[in-house]
Design a protein around this ligand. Structure first.
Ligand code: DAK
Length: 257
C-alpha cells in the first residue's frame, strides 16, 4: 500500500495519482519516487487503466528532490543512488501521462512534470530548476527536456539563474498546454484523460512513441518510425471499427485489438 501517494481507483479508464507528502511540499525522497515507479509499473500491466493523471497539492506539485536526504549522500551514495532506477522506470511509462500542476514544481518536481505527455497548470503554478542555488545542476533530465520544451535561451536562464517562471510564461514557452483556475486543474486533466481513454489504445500508444521520437531523432528516422507505426495500425481491428463507426454515424467502441 503506497504511503506517500494517494491513488484513486481507475474510473472510465483513468487513474488519478496524487503525490502526498504534505509536510515537505511533496519533496521527492527515495520512498516517494519508489512508490510512484511501482504504481506506474502496476498501471502498465492493467489493461483497464488507459491514462494516468498525476497531481500534487494546491501548494506544491513537488518542491524537488528531498534536500535533507541529499545531504546524507556522499559520492559513492550518489553513484549507487536507487532514485536513478526509479526515474528510469518513470520515464519508460508507455501510457499517456497527464500532469495537473498547482503551486511549486521545482527541481526534480519540474523534471517530473516534464516526464508527463501533457501538462495542465493552475494559474498559480511555478516552474523552476533551482538546483544551481544548491551548488548542483538538474539530474533527472532537466537540462535535456527543458531545452527541448522551451528552447535554449529560456532553459539557460532558468537553469543558470534558478529563477522560476509562472504558469502563463510556461504556457507561452511550450512547457504547459493549458492554464486553468487552480481549483479546476485536476478536473480539466481528468476530462482530457477520459477523452483519450476512449481512443484506440494501440493508436494512442504508438502515437505517443512517435511524438517522443521526434524529440530525440533526426527527421528521416522519425518519419521512418511514423510510417512503420502507421502501417502496424492498419492491421488492427480498432482501425476497422473506427472507420465503420464513422460510416455508420455511431461512436466507435475500441477494444485494443
Ligand atoms: N526537500 C526537503 N524539504 C523541503 C523541500 C525539499 N526540496 N522543499 C520544501 N521542504 C520543506 C521545508 O523544509 C519545510 O519543512 P519544515 O521546515 O516545515 O519542517 C516545508 O517543506 C515547507 O517549506 P517552506 O517553509 O520552505 O515553505 P515556503 O512556502 O516558504 O517555500 C519553497 C516553499 C518550495 C519555495 C521552498 O521550500 C523551497 O525553496 N524549497 C526547495 C526547492 C528546491 O531547491 N528544490 C530543488 C531541490 S534539488 C537525481 C535527480 C534529480 C535530483 C536529484 C537527484 N538523481 C537522478 C539521483 C533533483 C534535485 C533537486 O530537485
Amino acid at each position: 500500500m503506497p504511503q506517500m501517494l494517494k491513488v484513486t481507483p481507475t474510473e472510465h479508464g483513468v487513474r488519478l495519482i496524487t503525490l502526498h507528502r504534505p509536510e515537505a511540499m511533496n519533496a521527492l525522497n527515495t520512498q516517494l519516487l519508489g512508490e510512484l515507479a511501482a504504481e506506474l509499473a502496476a498501471v502498465e500491466q492493467d489493461p483497464g487503466t488507459r491514462v494516468v493523471v498525476l497531481t500534487g497539492s494546491r501548494k506544491a506539485f513537488a518542491a524537488g528532490a528531498d534536500i535533507n536526504e541529499m545531504a546524507e549522500r556522499d559520492l559513492v551514495g550518489i553513484l549507487n543512488d536507487p532514485r536513478v532506477s526509479h526515474w528510469q522506470a518513470i520515464s519508460s511509462f508507455s501510457k499517456p501521462l497527464i500532469a495537473a500542476v498547482n503551486g511549486f514544481a521545482l527541481g526534480g518536481g519540474c523534471e517530473l512534470v516534464m516526464h508527463a505527455d501533457i501538462v495542465i497548470a493552475g494559474e498559480d503554478a511555478r516552474f523552476g530548476q533551482p538546483e544551481i542555488n544548491l551548488g548542483i545542476m538538474p539530474g533527472a533530465g532537466g537540462t535535456q527536456r527543458l531545452l527541448r520544451a522551451v528552447g535554449k535561451s529560456l532553459a539557460m536562464q532558468m537553469v543558470l539563474s534558478g529563477i522560476a517562471i509562472d504558469a502563463r510564461h510556461a504556457q507561452r514557452a511550450g512547457l504547459v498546454s493549458e492554464v486553468t483556475q487552480p481549483e479546476l486543474t485536476i478536473e480539466r486533466a481528468i476530462e482530457l484523460a477520459r477523452l483519450i481513454a476512449q481512443k484506440a489504445p494501440l493508436a494512442v500508444r504508438l502515437a505517443k512513441e512517435a511524438l517522443l521520437k521526434a524529440q530525440d531523432t533526426d527527421l528521416a528516422s522519425g518519419l521512418r518510425f511514423e510510417r512503420h507505426a502507421f502501417t502496424v495500425l492498419a492491421g488492427t481491428q480498432d482501425r476497422e471499427e473506427g472507420i465503420c463507426a464513422f460510416q455508420e454515424k455511431r461512436r466507435a467502441n475500441f477494444t485494443g485489438q
